[in-house]
Design a protein. Sequence first.
Length: 383
Amino acid sequence: MSDSISVAKHDTPDCIIIGGGVIGMLCARELAGEGLKVTLLDKGQTGQESTWAGGGILSPLHPWRYPDAVSAMARWSQAHYPSFVEALKIETGVDPEWVQSGVLVLDPEDIEGALAWGKKWQTQIELLSADQAASCEPALAARSTDAVWLPKLAQARNPRMGRALTESLYRRRVDVREHCAVTDLEIVDGQIRGVNTTEGLLRAERVILAAGAWSPQLTDSLQTTIKVLPVRGQMLVFRAPKGLVTRIVLDGPRYVIPRLDGRVLAGSTVEFVGFNKDTTVDARKDLHVAAIDLIPALTDCEIEHHWAGLRPGSPNGVPYIGEHPEISGLFINTGHYRNGLGLAPAAVHLLLDLMLDRPPILPPEDYALGQQRPPSVEFPQDT
Ligand SMILES: Cc1cc2nc3c(=O)[nH]c(=O)nc-3n(C[C@H](O)[C@H](O)[C@H](O)COP(=O)(O)OP(=O)(O)OC[C@H]3O[C@@H](n4cnc5c(N)ncnc54)[C@H](O)[C@@H]3O)c2cc1C
């Protein structure tokens, strides 16, 4: 936070937000922009959980494998990302490094689905021969198969996005309370009255639950539950020379993401191991081998860091957005699974539309809590 900004303290906020990841922080930023007194609570520090750990690709990795509700939300967000990031940069002086690096998809099994999806969603998509793919990304390992190229897709740099949003909250006089965990919801006669925290009761007539993978812990005693599981994802970052890789490259479940300073991220695992955030030797080896298979020159690059984060996994990737059907004043925004950074602008705009009685940007019923979410193949089938 800038030294010149005084810290806001709201004893009676208009809205409490539980969770200081990208979703909670963006909700807080936008509500404060509407003139509401907002208090945001985080059990740790803002922007340090999944929001920090992610790869920052501003599109689902395989959008053709998701329900339309995810593509619709991603498309709205993609259209608004450049102006959002520009405003954030001007407001805070922190650049989240939005870059339209495009995504090159190599797995032949994805080509048909990708082309059909591109046509349906009118997204620019090109079929490249193996030679064309090699000439646009010279560090790629030699291949003999076609690829598809989605030039309009972009990325942002997670830690920077977290810093920019945190700074924006202080500037907008949001009362940010870190290391303050919500232990349960204060509900009287079907109406939210506030939250109980490790620092005592805090009252408000409106509460947004945006606690990522931890969200169900606060709603499991209610009749309408949200099915969100922690899904561990491990990643590596290589210290690579600037320009070695310039595009996001996706091959089946593995991908590399080039940052502006040359670093290359390699991701990611999908593991259902509860709230365990440890890294493992096996994952490190797998990610290392897969990255070198894609970009052989990474053999000579040091692995700078290996980490794990917990995605808030909803069964089919469609987030839960809206007011809780049993508790008036309790709003939910969670379950963005592998796509929270990419979906955030639309997910937050939609929730605020519902809270503030504005015409919704997307059909709210598609994201409602009661909407069926049949599990995708990678998700445990008994959820
Ligand atoms: C390895 C990996 C790669 C990923 N890659 C991408 C990608 O390329 N593109 C993309 O769009 N998405 C990606 N994601 C997913 C994305 O990071 C998440 O969907 C997104 O960050 C979710 O944001 P969130 O705010 O809901 O959750 P989080 O960032 O996890 O934030 C939740 C916050 O709630 C707080 N909290 C929890 N319980 C409580 C409580 N009881 N009281 C107070 N505070 C509480 C936590 O401390 C935390 O700060 C990736 C994730 C991982 C792990």
